[in-house]
Structure formats: structure tokens, C-alpha cells
Ligand binder design. Structure first.
Ligand SMILES: Cc1ncc(COP(=O)(O)O)c(C=O)c1O
Length: 494
């Protein structure tokens, strides 16, 4: 039902009275749908007149007692539909409507048809719309991929393609690729495995889906690093698991005594390069968590997504190599070392899980891409993978230095750089109270992609303010100029 209008003034909190009056915390409706409908109808009925400045997302969220992400999504949706306009550093304003046709309302109504689970997923979605350019986090330099080598290998393999490589896949992936991955992991990551333990998937997301479906039931709990990877959070949420955020300190995941008393079914970790803070889990914490997992029967899901890229320091071997009880599920991917749209990743499983995981994979997805996997196997076996990684480590190292230089040039030591010695991104810390969502939003309008650090937290009370800056997808010589544009946006918020 559309709320009716009779007030235009701002409430004492700075929120339009109209919003305060109609927002019902006890409502069964999802927060984002409720807020969307209230603002949309307010604007359509002119209770929220053209030119009215909407409160900043943080303030709106605090006053209504809802997540800031929710407000951000609602503002974005309204902007998409032309109800509001946002300008760099200026905030969000009600747009001048040449009265809107019914179409946006239809679109909103269509959203209601989703399941509760679907609504929950979409409401909390974290994937960025921009997956390229300065400073999109987690995106590698795809322009330097050795496409000629790949093409040559691919042509050769297609010439000899067997029917089994073109029909549905039936096992755990191409045997040559599983072998090459096992050798690579033993040699560079200290992973203790044979090729039989490797199952090829089409991305970490699919690996996580299998883990959640085969090792947990809806309602089981999962410990998540907080801050942590939104992709894992979304997958576990969509699978109906109970998300239990666990804080991260300088040594890695740091469960409280109270949390330790109630073991979860799964714990999800990025021990080699905590995402997004970059912390490296200490040896002591690794042992403690593995002992705990073995004693309590917890599955440890280790996400080792970008440890190839460290600048100056050597990576610690994978947690999996320390595991003597078969509790660790190791996840790797080619998304960062090669290119994301390749969609090839893998799990390394305790031996007695392998057949059942492969069975489930074939059953749910009827896998394929077998020939592509064979090309990748050759790419690894002939040494092209190792030399590409060596080359890219130097490229990213130079970009990393250029970004730090640009930060220091613009801000001196005023803003801390967090987790800057590995991976494809760093975190630029912002003073408490700076609305990092608003900064990222304005930066995007200025043509610079960043992600607010606070969006990686489950617990709003723990959220720190900052920006994730990726340097994988921007040329070294463009870093200074792009950061200068970001700095201009930032100064308007500091
Ligand atoms: C923490 C983390 N793990 C894993 C991945 C890789 O995911 P996928 O293999 O699905 O591309 C990413 C990519 O952004 C990531 O940030």
C-alpha cells in the first residue's frame, strides 16, 4: 500500500518526517523494499519535493536502525529509475520528475515475487558493477595474458579433440590438469595432495556452493572472517547457513571464548592473505584453529586466491599442509593469476570426499569445458603459467609502488595504507566517521572505481572506514592521474 502524504518538512533528526512516520521496524516487509516504496511514493506524490536533499546513507541507516548497505542500494535503485540524482561530493537530491509513468512501480512490484531467500540474496549482494579500470579491486591485468601461446595450444588440442572432450564431463576434471595443479601446489604452496584429491570447478563460487551443499545443512552455522569476502558470505547465505561473523586481528581469525564454546559446522578463512585487510595468519593461530577444528569436527575452508603475488615477503605455505586430520578443504582459482572469465578453479579435498564431490558436481551442473581444461593443463605443464606469474609479479609490484607513491604525494602519511605488501589491492584507511560508501559512490561518478571497506563487514558496529584500491587493472603510468582524481573526491569528504 502506498503511504499517503501530508508533510514536507524535515524531522528533527534531519530525516524527512515522511520517512520516519512511515517506516515500521516491526513490519514483516524487507527493509529495502519498505524504504524503496516510501521514498518512491513520497517523490511521486511530491511530499519529497524536487531538489530536496536526502540524508546521507549513514544518517538514514542510523535513524531507521537498518544496514547502510540497504540504504545505498535503495538510493542506487532510485537513481537508476530517475527519482533521485547524485552529484560528486554533493549528496543525493530528489529529481525533477516529468511525472513518471507506471513502469518503475511495475518493476518494484516484480521484485516482490522473489522468494525470501532470493530477496535476502539480492538485498545483500556485494558484486561490483565495474570490473575493470582504476582502482577496481581484485581484477588482474588481463591485457598481458599470453593469448598467442594459448591460441597455439588450443589449436593443437582441437585438432586432436576426442568425443569424450566434447560431451558432458563425468569425473572430477581433466586428468592432466588435476596432475599439473597437484604438482604446482606441492611445489609452491606446500599443499599435501595427490592429483586424485583435486576437483576442477568453474570458480571459487562453485567450489563454495559444493562445500555448503555437501558438508552443511540449512541452519548450520559458518564462521566468517569479519571483515571478509562478500562472495563467500553470499553463497553461504543463499545456501541457508547461519552466518556467524568472527573478528580478525593481526594474527588472523580471532574467535572469542564465547564463540569457541559453540563450534560451527564450517569456518571460512583466507590465511595467506586475509581478504580484504591483507593480514597473514600467524603459525600459532593456524595450529590453534586446526587443533580446534580436529577436536570439534569443524570443516576448515581455506581460500588461497592470490598468494602468488607478494612483494618482498615470501608467502607462508598453505594451512592445508599443516592439517593432519583431514579437516581442510583447500580452494584455489585461476581468476587472479590468469583472467577471471576463464572460470576455472579447484578444490583439494580429503581423499574420502573426492568421489562424492565429483558426483555432486556432475549431477548439479553437468560440467563441461573439458577441452579448455586440457589447454590449461598444457599451459601449466609447459611452464607458461610459471613464467606468466613471474612476469605479472614484477608488473603488479611496480603498480603497487606507484599507487603508494601517489597516496603519499597526495596525503603524506595522513591516511594509513593497510595490507599493502601482497595481492592485487590495498586498503586506504579513512578517519572514523567518514562515509566510505558516499566516497566510493562519488568516486565512481568521477570515473574511479573503489569499494568501501565498511561493506566487507557483517557487524555494522565493527565496521571501519576505508577504501579498497585495486592496482591490477590500471597501467602504472595512469595510476598517478587516477589517484589524483580520487584524492579530489576524497578531500570533499575528509
Ligand atoms: C577473497 C576471494 N576469493 C576468491 C576469489 C575468486 O573467485 P572466483 O574463483 O569465483 O573468480 C576472489 C575474487 O574476487 C576473492 O576476492
Amino acid at each position: 500500500m502506498e503511504p499517503t502524504i501530508d508533510a514536507r518538512q524535515q524531522g528533527t533528526s534531519g530525516l524527512p518526517d515522511f520517512v520516519l512516520r512511515h517506516f515500521d521496524r516491526q513490519s514483516d516487509d524487507y527493509d529495502h523494499l519498505q524504504l524503496y516504496r516510501i521514498l518512491q511514493s513520497g517523490i511521486r506524490q511530491s511530499a519529497l519535493p524536487a531538489g530536496l536533499k536526502l540524508p546521507p546513507t549513514r544518517e538514514m541507516a542510523r535513524s531507521l536502525g537498518i544496514a547502510r548497505n540497504t540504504v545505498v542500494h535503495v538510493y542506487e535503485q532510485l537513481a537508476l529509475e530517475g527519482y533521485v540524482q547524485a552529484g560528486v561530493g554533493r549528496g543525493t537530491y530528489v529529481a525533477q520528475l516529468g511525472l513518471r509513468p507506471a513502469e518503475p512501480a511495475t518493476r518494484a512490484a516484480r521484485r516482490v515475487l522473489l522468494s525470501r531467500r532470493g530477496e535476502d540474496l539480492v538485498e545483500h549482494a556485494g558484486a561490483a558493477r565495474l570490473q575493470w579500470g582504476a582502482f577496481a579491486p581484485g581484477v588482474p591485468e588481463v591485457r598481458l595474458f599470453p593469448a598467442q601461446v594459448w591460441n597455439r595450444l588450443q589449436r593443437g588440442l582441437w585438432r586432436r579433440a576426442a568425443p569424450e572432450q566434447l560431451t558432458y564431463a563425468t569425473g572430477a576434471g581433466d586428468a592432466g590438469l588435476r596432475q599439473a595443479i597437484a604438482e604446482y601446489l606441492q611445489g609452491t604452496r606446500g599443499v599435501a595432495c595427490t592429483s586424485e584429491q583435486v576437483v576442477i570447478t568453474s570458480g571459487t563460487q562453485q567450489s563454495l556452493l559444493l562445500v555448503a551443499q555437501l558438508l552443511a545443512d540449512p541452519g548450520d552455522s559458518v564462521w566468517l572472517e569479519d571483515p571478509g569476502y562478500w562472495g563467500a558470505r553470499s553463497m553461504f547465505r543463499a545456501m541457508g547457513l547461519k552466518l556467524l561473523p568472527v573478528g580478525v586481528d593481526a594474527e588472523g581469525l580471532a574467535p572469542t571464548r564465547q564463540q569457541l564454546r559453540r563450534p560451527p559446522r564450517l569456518m571460512f578463512l583466507s590465511p595467506s592473505h586475509q581478504y580484504p585487510t591483507g593480514a597473514l595468519m600467524s603459525q600459532r593461530r593456524r595450529r590453534q584453529l586446526l587443533d580446534y577444528a580436529a577436536a570439534q569436527g569443524v570443516w576448515v575452508v581455506e581460500d588461497d586466491y592470490d598468494s602468488e603475488f607478494r612483494y618482498g615477503t615470501r608467502p607462508l605455505p598453505a594451512l592445508q599442509g599443516l592439517d593432519e586430520q583431514g579437516r581442510v578443504i583447500y580452494l584455489g582459482t585461476f581468476s587472479k593469476t590468469l583472467f577471471p572469465s576463464l572460470r576455472v578453479a579447484y578444490l583439494v579435498l580429503p581423499p574420502d570426499l573426492v568421489d562424492r564431490f565429483a558426483r555432486a558436481l556432475n549431477e548439479l551442473f553437468r560440467e563441461g569445458q573439458t577441452l579448455q581444461q586440457a589447454v590449461l593443463a598444457r599451459f601449466l605443464a609447459e611452464g607458461h603459467y610459471a613464467s606468466h606469474i613471474r612476469r605479472m609479479r614484477a608488473v603488479y609490484g611496480a603498480r603497487h609502488d606507484a599507487l603508494i607513491h601517489a597516496i603519499r604525494q597526495q596525503f603524506g602519511d595522513a591516511l594509513p595504507v593497510i595490507g599493502g605488501d601482497a595481492g592485487l589491492h590495498l586498503v586506504l584507511g579513512l578517519p572514523r566517521g567518514v562515509d566510505d560508501h558516499a566516497v566510493a559512490h562519488d568516486a565512481q561518478r568521477a570515473g574511479v572505481a573503489t569499494r568501501p571497506l565498511s561493506m566487507y563487514y557483517v557487524r555494522p558496529s565493527a565496521a571501519e572506514s576505508g577504501l579498497l584500491l585495486g592496482y591490477g587493472a590500471v597501467r602504472e603510468e595512469e595510476i598517478g592521474g587516477s589517484f589524483a582524481r580520487l584524492a579530489e573526491v576524497l578531500r570533499a569528504h575528509l
